[in-house]
Design a protein around this ligand. Sequence first.
Ligand SMILES: *[C@@H]1O[C@H](CO)[C@@H](O)[C@H](O)[C@H]1NC(C)=O
Length: 178
Amino acid sequence: MKLFTLLLLPVLAYAVDWYPIDSKGEIPTNIKPYIKGQDVPFDCIQRNIDNGEHKFDDKDKIIYGPFPKCKETNKPLMFQYGINQDLNCTIQFTDELYHLFQLYLHEDVPFSCRLPLSSEPLSIEKGGASIPLTFNFRGTLSDSHIDIDHSMNVVLTKPANDNVDEFTFISAIAYGSG
Ligand SMILES: *[C@@H]1O[C@H](CO)[C@@H](O)[C@H](O)[C@H]1NC(C)=O
């Protein structure tokens, strides 16, 4: 078991170039904006435990799956749009996660997730754009155990204006900051 405390910091951007990714490599036009406080679900790249390589489906597409479930909510970690908050998320270390965290702490592979720009359910699956959200965990590895900094800052940048039509994301990062 590992407890993570996450400090969520919404940051405002005043002049932005968009670098979204949609399936056609174009700037997305049909974003359904978030509502302040709305849940923002996100998913993460699934990796092989032996070498950290992506898992692929039978069409050679990278497989994304949920963030590990938090004991507190019994759901994968989720943020609320535009809300500054402290969150606790205790995750159960399965054998698989233990191996993967060795790779993450060793910086062999990143813990890579993605945030959908549109609040429409399953928007990415429907071809919608996302931005990357990487969790940079800090910690030390030894033969018998791993120590992880369990305090994380999560910074999510959004457009600075209050135009509700632009309630989406510009960039995101999460880093150990105990
Ligand atoms: C997170 O957990 C700590 C330690 O159990 C507790 O003191 C704190 O109130 C919790 N914070 C939230 C936001 O639940």
